[in-house]
Write a protein that binds this ligand. Structure first.
Ligand code: M6R
Length: 363
């Protein structure tokens, strides 16, 4: 039931504060300021974490790589499941493999799980569908508790995946002696603010819809970000191409001058995802390079970023200031809304985009 929403996708976008709040309440003890690690995952002893998934779930894993490396000092290999399953990579006996899948039925992700098992790895599965094949075959299941996701373009499953992965990374940081109790508590507090911050992000929908009107006229679009905003750029580009059929590419902002800058002209809008963090100044120089070539920029940032960017050809979507660790969950929302409204304006079938299936059970 879509309730009073026009599509399942936008209904699911609006459910995110609640869905993420629910996942966080399950994986974090907000009162004690602690992360609850699932039983059967010994991050203290693990020497490596391999994360594998497809599509949007892969981008959630890509964000988690930054979290696990920074908060838990645990080296992470992230790979697309269709590559992981065939590469015949050696996996150590003390390693953990984490597979991420909304449906729990994605063929390549399941095959990757089976490969990792054959290498003697401990398997954790982040899944939405509890009765799925991937959930049944994993050693440890981390449910998303997001409720059924109907829109083919994944939205609430993505942010729920991020919530579960963030909590797990915090728990791993504590277990590995990297985070002190105080640091753990302050991260837990930061994440407990995410549902409220997501509500603030959703309030920007009218402005985003107006920007979508412009975006619906273009044929190509570039998304840039650094740090955890890089996978959010990849996810933003995927969302736009899936439902609006506009050709979109996500790039690490630092790669701009290694190729994609050749594409920049007045007809190529660039969506820049850049909270005012320790990498912001570097992204500003990338924006200047785009502006100097007549490229139009949609900057998604916070008040400090808006003030510091000061470039003429910029449209700015301003989110509240927030701790760096939580930005991926909140910045996902404007990126989803931009894709959604662009597609609605273009008149495509948002919930059932052409050529796509909700669950990809063949390779
Ligand atoms: O069910 P899964 O999470 O394993 O699905 C993975 C991808 O097929 C999925 O995320 C796909 O990329 C979506 N259409 C993204 O919106």
């Amino acid at each position: 039931d879509k309730g009073n929403h026009r599509h399942f996708m936008v209904k699911e976008i609006h459910e995110q504060p609640e869905v993420v709040g629910h996942a966080l309440a399950h994986y974090l003890d907000l009162a004690r300021g602690e992360a609850r690690l699932p039983e059967g995952l010994d991050f203290a002893k693990a020497d490596r974490l391999a994360i594998t998934a497809c599509g949007t779930a892969y981008y959630a894993g890509f964000v988690a790589k930054y979290w696990f490396e920074r908060l838990a000092r645990l080296p992470v290999d992230i790979d697309i499941a269709s590559e992981f399953r065939y590469r015949e990579q050696p996996l150590s006996k003390d390693g953990i493999t984490m597979v991420i899948s909304q449906s729990g039925e994605t063929a390549d992700t399941l095959a990757s799980l089976r490969y990792a098992r054959s290498e003697g790895q401990r398997i954790a599965a982040v899944v939405n569908v509890r009765e799925s094949t991937i959930a049944r075959e994993a050693d440890v299941v981390l449910p998303l508790l997001a409720g059924p996701e109907i829109g083919v373009a994944s939205t609430k499953a993505f942010t729920a995946q991020l919530a579960v992965l963030a909590a797990t990374a915090i728990g791993a940081g504590k277990a590995r002696g990297v985070l002190s109790g105080t640091e753990e508590a302050s991260l837990v507090r930061a994440f407990s603010e995410v549902p409220r911050l997501m509500h603030e992000a959703l309030k920007l929908e009218p402005q985003i819809e107006a920007l979508a009107r412009e975006l619906s006229k273009v044929r190509h679009c570039l998304y840039l970000g650094r740090g955890t905003s890089y996978p959010i750029a990849l996810e933003g580009a995927l969302k736009l191409k899936e439902i609006s059929y506009i050709h979109a590419e996500g790039y690490a902002a630092g790669e701009l001058k290694h190729g994609p800058i050749a594409l920049i002209d007045e007809e190529m809008p660039v969506v820049v995802i850049a909270p005012h963090d320790r990498l912001f100044e570097k992204t500003v120089s990338n924006m200047q390079e785009v502006a100097a070539r007549g490229g139009r920029i949609i900057l998604i940032t916070d008040p400090a970023g808006r003030d510091a960017a000061a470039i003429d050809t910029v449209e700015t979507i301003v989110l509240p200031a927030m701790p760096a660790a939580v930005t991926p969950l909140v910045y996902a929302i404007p990126v989803q809304l931009l894709a959604y409204h662009t597609a609605v304006i273009m008149g495509t079938d948002v919930d059932q985009p052409r050529n796509l299936a909700k669950s990809v059970t063949v390779e």
